[in-house]
Design a protein around this ligand. Sequence first.
Ligand SMILES: *Cc1c(COP(=O)(O)O)cnc(C)c1O
Length: 401
Amino acid sequence: MTGGTGDMSLMSEPGPDGRFGEFGGRFVPESLMPACLELEQAFKAAWADPEFRRELDDLLRHYGGRPTPVTECVRLSEKLGVRVLLKREDLTHTGSHKLNNVIGQALLTRRMGKSRMIAETGAGQHGVASATAAALFGLECTVFMGEVDTKRQELNVFRMELLGAEVRTVTSGSRTLKDAVNEAMREWVATVDTTHYCLGSVMGPHPFPYMVRQLQRVVGEEAREQCRQILDGADPDVVVACIGGGSNAAGTFAGFVDTTARLVGVEAAGGAAIANGIPGVLHGMHSRLLQDEAGQIEEAQSISAGLDYPGLGPEHAHLAAIGRAEYSTANDDEVLESFRVLSHTEGIIPALESAHAVAWVARVAGTDALPSGSTVLITLSGRGDKDVAQVREIFGRGEHA
Ligand SMILES: *Cc1c(COP(=O)(O)O)cnc(C)c1O
């Protein structure tokens, strides 16, 4: 097994120690190693167990609202000159793809005989999803959130508390997402007998990038079948998803990596870990990270709080290195324009994160990067209700009237 550098199917099993080519791995202090190994064993056994898979499918269907539809965008297609299909993760319970991951990890927590889940959150979306899954399973839940983010996202703090979770404010470092991950890892080591760490994206030490991608691959697998129905057996020419840590993109790409479809990940221009990142180690993984010349991690900047992670999952760094996926960026202005355009033309208000993927399509449609007449599938990772107040402020200031 080579981690997908040649003979084996891409996006199946990673190589030894969770390697994707030169990226990935498990760079953790010795104290964290037993927890990672226990989790790897537990997930592998669960994933191979038809009963676990059946229960997961059942929950995603009857609680989560799966399968989500693929919607043909007639008016947007006309406007852009390319055929646009949307995979509608905005229609899952809690409004984004994040539920797919947390339901799987909550089920795994119970299977490991643990009674408590902890999670990190930046914008609050993964914290809310984790608190939701914990409530469903009757698990105790603690969410670590940087002090800066608790102030920016007061409503999500209240949501988590409403769902029965405890929100623990992190005051170390820059008091944002990066520090919340560090605190959660520390808490995991200290309480591993009773506690599972429910990480929110395809990042961190092995097995998290692999496990979260497997839990999200339902997005891509459903979409491939749905596209074949719509396109008379064909696959889209291009498949596009936005990238924060990279989980909705990884789940989407996993469904299409064995087809001829081009795969495109779109990062925030101010958080472009593929374009501007340097290989390095953070949060237990070797990946591409935004760093200054001294190797200090830099803060990502984006209009959408869900995309401001200063790195991305190691499998994306690998897919970029071998050229199987392409990575681009969208800036805040393009994103706001796409937020408005999708709302206007299709009656779908996208999450600002998802609007990055739409923005890339709008920018390149009709150019060599996406010739007229192409068919493009965009994963709409979430709905925009959470962003409406923020966008109104910006439009209201006349910057985008
Ligand atoms: C959290 C979030 C993202 C970014 O996370 P990924 O792991 O990159 O998918 C994207 N879209 C929405 C709606 C989110 O909530």
